[in-house]
Ligand binder design. Structure first.
Ligand SMILES: Nc1ncnc2c1ncn2[C@@H]1O[C@H](COP(=O)(O)OP(=O)(O)OP(=O)(O)O)[C@@H](O)[C@H]1O
Length: 274
């Protein structure tokens, strides 16, 4: 693993007390695709140094939000800051501070895993020897050392996620954004990814990841934002969002209004005698 710098930044407020700059601040963010409003004017303030889960049902707007926050998709309206820097006015500054594992990750398929990391490191402006050192450690920790000379096109889904994660971590970003990092990943690889991410947040870095898997979010995250139909339904610490509910899953179902869909009258042809 790369050695981490202390990532959390703080500024002096007018009364002289130190206030930490949020990892991400979003104000009035909108995105529409034709008639479909994917993100309907959301506000978010994600604290630095936390493990943050963005949860919501299919089509809630999570990927669209993460794409706008990471500078991959231009918002129709709204303002986004990462570490106090405006994503759309100061994109180079922001991109040097973030790592991204996007959904449907596209990688350079004809490079080996090792070559992909070497290329990514040089694009990030790191010296060759440093890239080599970091790549060797990441490949080792993520259990990809044996496959480092294999072409990425021949990697499995889980291996692709892991090499994508390695590429996103190589420059030691302040904030790491992961869209469904555990989807299609076996339990052993998932555990490896978890360990790497937990270690990374302990250095003061921030992880923001989207997921549908509430148990995972509940066990990993200290801060949660719940999204449904393009809006933020709740945001806060895990305890605040869970409230009186017995689990994050039941709080989530109540928040997104998915508590009691009646299926007994329909699908009556499914199962039984044929
Ligand atoms: N490029 C696009 N063109 C048209 N509609 C889009 C596009 N991208 C997203 N949408 C629509 O915007 C809405 C939000 O989609 P988004 O992918 O952000 O949701 P999500 O929360 O990430 O869902 P999932 O959990 O299923 O990945 C959906 O209704 C989707 O159909």
């Amino acid at each position: 693993m790369p050695e981490h710098m202390e990532h959390t930044e703080s500024t002096e407020s007018t009364d002289g007390t130190a206030t930490s700059v949020p990892a991400v601040r979003v104000e009035g963010l909108w995105k529409r695709f034709g008639d479909q409003i994917a993100v309907a004017g959301i506000d978010l303030e994600l604290p630095a140094g936390k493990f943050i889960g963005l949860v919501g049902p299919n089509g809630a707007g999570k990927t669209t939000t993460l794409s706008m926050v990471t500078g991959l998709l231009r918002p129709d309206m709204g303002r986004i800051e990462v570490g106090g820097h405006d994503v759309w006015r100061d994109p180079v500054e922001v991109k040097s501070r973030i790592g991204v594992l996007p959904e449907g990750l596209r990688l350079f398929e004809r490079l080996s895993g090792r070559e992909l990391l070497a290329y990514t490191g040089r694009l990030r402006g790191l010296p060759g020897a440093e890239v080599d050192k970091r790549a060797t450690q990441l490949l080792d920790v993520l259990d990809l050392a044996g496959a480092q000379h294999k072409l990425v096109v021949d990697y499995s889904t889980g291996m692709r996620k892991k090499i994508g994660l390695a590429a996103a971590l190589l420059h030691n970003p302040e904030v790491l954004f992961l869209d469904e990092p555990f989807e299609g990943v076996d339990p052993v690889s998932a555990q490896t990814i978890r360990e790497v991410l937990v270690r990374y947040t302990r250095s003061g870095a921030t992880v923001v990841f989207s997921s549908h898997v509430m148990e995972l979010v509940e066990s990993l995250c200290d801060w949660v934002a719940v999204m449904a139909a393009g809006r933020i339904r709740a945001q806060g610490t895990l305890a605040e969002v869970r409230g009186e509910a017995p689990s994050l899953q039941s709080a989530f179902l109540a928040l997104v209004g998915a508590g009691g869909r009646e299926t007994s009258g329909s699908l009556d042809w499914l199962g039984g005698t044929r």
